[in-house]
Design a protein around this ligand. Structure first.
Ligand code: ATP
Length: 345
């Protein structure tokens, strides 16, 4: 029904001085929830706007439902967008806000109201239809914006940080709601965020972007366990993956895989950790220190769950280990994944 595909997409600004999109290829599955994740300025919004038709690409193609739409105006694309600023009309009621796109599309009045009520019902805001936006909470406003997007029966949703105006608690519940809602509807969705926990929680797949390019695209678990390069390895995960130099490679391992040696049965690589600082975070101990794999001391973080009770004090040296299967290797020059290297211990 409706997939989104971009082929070798480029978007330049300022006579080519800014390469906001620098050669992107992405194809969504049918009904997929794809998240575009990356730091500020990496080109997420520009990519979404180009898919929507609000920007024309410098080169490359956009396809929706297998049809080339490059050059077509936004209204010809059957997409619905929700942006960070919901831009509700402050003087119109919630109902009037929701039906607005249908008025513009000249849908008959009875049908408009019926569709608006159905959309409001799906989002649990039927009781708010007579209110003005200023009489709503942030979360309710966001649902109105979604209802307004939904009412047009789009084949694709494009969402640009729609939750970023909400406080942390509301954001978590809105995120759950959005996910459930998308699953029920099965509408292909592309969602932009710079928040990795949002991306990990929402996405069927995540496209990690940096400097106008896609560094990696895959399921959250793949991106986390098998990062394609050091950018992805350190952008995803909090605290990020440790990277320790060893000859021509960087040896990567997640903080939760660096544990006191007695907690790591089986094949493992050991290293002495000089403990410099400790933090307690929701029951976990975060141990900050240095290890040396032959190229001098390198800062690392170990994350010990509450079940690891080994006493550890600042200033001590401790034997730690990482299961061999948890090590990832990157070439030191370009940061790309490379063949495993045998480490001494
Ligand atoms: P954020 O998370 O901060 O919104 P983003 O990843 O969405 O960032 P974009 O807004 O797509 O990034 O911007 C990508 C790059 O293109 C940035 O360097 C930005 O300054 C530049 N850019 C975007 N729009 C324009 C424009 N109209 N003219 C010139 N440069 C632009």
């Amino acid at each position: 029904m409706s997939t989104v595909e971009v082929r070798d997409l480029h978007k330049h600004f300022d006579a080519g001085r800014v390469r906001a999109i620098d050669g992107v290829d992405i194809a969504t599955g049918e009904g997929e929830y794809l998240v575009l994740l990356g730091p500020s300025g990496c080109g997420k919004t520009t990519l979404l706007r180009t898919i929507a038709g609000l920007e024309q690409p410098s080169s490359g193609e956009v396809l929706i439902g297998g049809q080339a739409v490059t050059g077509l105006p936004p209204r010809a694309r059957r997409i619905a967008m929700v942006f960070q600023s919901y831009a509700l009309y402050p003087h119109k009621s919630v109902l009037a806000n929701i039906v607005f796109p249908l008025r513009a599309a000249r849908v008959p009045p009875d049908e408009r109201t019926q569709r608006a009520r159905r959309a409001a019902g799906m989002l649990g805001i039927e009781h708010l239809l007579d209110r003005k936006p200023r009489q709503l909470s942030g979360g309710e406003r966001q649902r109105v914006a979604l209802a307004r997007a939904l009412v047009r029966d789009p084949t694709v949703f494009l969402l640009d940080e729609p939750l970023s105006n909400l406080d942390a608690k509301l954001r978590a519940s809105a995120r759950d709601e959005l996910k459930r809602f998308q699953q029920d509807l099965g509408t292909t969705t592309i969602y932009v965020t710079h928040d990795q926990s949002e991306a990990m929680g929402l996405g069927d797949r995540i496209a990690v972007m940096s400097q106008g390019r896609v560094r990696q695209i895959g399921a959250p678990v793949e991106i986390y366990d098998d990062p394609a390069d050091t950018f992805v390895a350190t952008f995803i995960g909090s605290p990020p993956m440790n990277l320790v130099p060893h000859g021509d490679v960087l040896v990567g391992f997640r903080p939760e895989h660096l544990l006191p040696v007695e907690n790591v049965p089986g094949e493992r690589v050991t290293a002495t950790l000089e403990v410099q600082r400790m933090e307690y975070l929701s029951g976990d101990r975060h141990v900050y220190g240095t290890v040396d794999l032959g190229d001098g001391p390198c800062r690392v973080i170990a994350r010990l769950p509450a079940t690891v009770e080994t006493p550890i004090a600042v200033g001590e040296r401790h034997e730690f280990a990482v299961p061999a299967g948890r090590l990832r290797f990157f070439d030191a020059e370009h940061g790309l994944r490379t063949e495993p290297v045998r480490l001494g211990a």
